[in-house]
Design a binder for this molecule. Structure first.
Ligand code: NAX
Length: 326
């Protein structure tokens, strides 16, 4: 058996938390031979819901669940944590400006970054799910100067998985035969799902679809899928988001298989994306680290769309910097 791993889930009383916790306890994230110590962080008004989930986790009698704790203290929740899943955030409410939303979340992710910096284990890995995920990850990272920047990531795996699934449906092939799609930029409607390097049953996808379908159907469908789910379900994606978070951490720890994946991480300047923002890239996971796929051709169609999403991230950074959150 492997040594136990401490996993912190924030927003554990919410709907993604409810789907995520049981997958973690079942071993889907870290493997069937790694015991987990779960820490559930909530704000005071969310504690009852998290405590309810904790009772159900207990009733699951999961052999891998070594301990379980619910708290409203970030210091306690992040103490010696190895994996921090930052799901809880301030949702946008009616009439709220984007800048206000960014600022409200700065008030959450700044202190959480500082608490991680002070208390987390040396090998901590951080995944931000709570929106606006990229900029929340940037704020947390900037408030954690002692943690290597590349340990801070934001979730674009759900978008990546949506892109794989839409291609599989269009081409009538198994989703497992589709590989090497990329989500570039922000986890927002400006994201750019790129299929120009993708393969389906080993055939280049670019030979199987045309640009009109990409521009008019595929890209809007993937980027707008969150809204489609809300219309269908009456609430936002939860189980699919949790599943994507599981995929993200599993690949980070155990390595990517079947091609590359997409992760939002602090840019080091690759593909002309400026440093100082958290942007999504094509990556492999090698020896427990994300490595950006190098040397891909970026055509004019792609360049324009990547730049638009990167511009949005630069605007978000300017908005939070103006409020002193970085
Ligand atoms: P819920 O509103 O169901 O749950 C959020 C929970 O977070 C609540 O229980 C709340 O009390 C808690 N919370 C708020 N502030 C907190 C803090 N400072 N510390 C600890 N807990 C705190 O939302 P849910 O549907 O679970 O979604 C969570 C977040 O994921 C949202 O920001 C949502 O927009 C985002 N999403 C991100 C996705 C992605 O792909 N990156 C996709 C799914 C989802 O939309």
């Amino acid at each position: 058996a492997h040594p136990p791993v401490t996993v912190t889930v924030t927003g554990a009383g919410g709907q993604i938390g409810y789907a995520l916790l049981f997958r973690i306890a079942a071993g889907d994230m870290l493997g069937a031979s790694t015991p987990v110590r779960l820490r559930l962080l909530e704000v005071p008004q969310g504690l009852a819901s998290a405590e309810g989930a904790a009772l159900e986790l207990q009733d699951g009698a999961f052999p891998l669940l070594e301990s379980l704790e619910v708290t409203d203290s970030p210091e306690r929740a992040f103490d010696v944590t190895n994996i921090a899943l930052l799901v809880g955030s301030r949702p946008r409410t009616a009439g709220m400006e984007r800048a206000d939303l960014l600022a409200a979340n700065g008030g959450i992710f700044g202190p959480q970054g500082a608490a991680l910096n002070a208390h987390a284990a040396d090998d901590v890995r951080v995944l931000v799910v709570g929106n606006p995920a990229n900029t929340n990850a940037l704020i947390a990272q900037q408030n954690a100067p002692d943690i290597p920047a590349d340990r801070f990531t934001a979730l674009t795996r759900l978008d990546h998985n949506r892109a794989l699934a839409q291609l599989a449906a269009k081409l009538e092939v198994p989703v497992s035969s589709v590989r090497d799609v990329t989500i570039w930029g922000n986890h927002s409607t400006t994201q750019y799902p790129d299929v120009f390097h993708a393969l389906a049953e080993e055939r280049p996808v670019r030979d199987l679809v045309d640009e009109a379908w990409l521009a008019e159907e595929f890209i809007p469908r993937v980027a707008g899928r969150g809204a489609e789910i809300i219309d269908a379900r009456g609430s936002s994606s939860a189980a699919s988001a949790a599943s994507a978070a599981i995929d993200h951490v599993r690949d980070w720890v155990h390595g990517t298989r079947n091609g590359w994946t997409s992760v939002a991480l602090p840019s080091t300047g690759a593909y002309g994306v400026p440093e100082g923002i958290v942007s999504s890239f094509p990556v492999h996971s090698i020896d427990g680290r994300w490595v950006v796929v190098e040397g891909l051709d970026v055509n004019a169609f792609s360049r324009r769309r990547i730049d638009l999403s990167v511009d949005e991230l630069l605007e978000e950074r300017a908005a939070v910097a103006a409020r002193g959150l970085l």
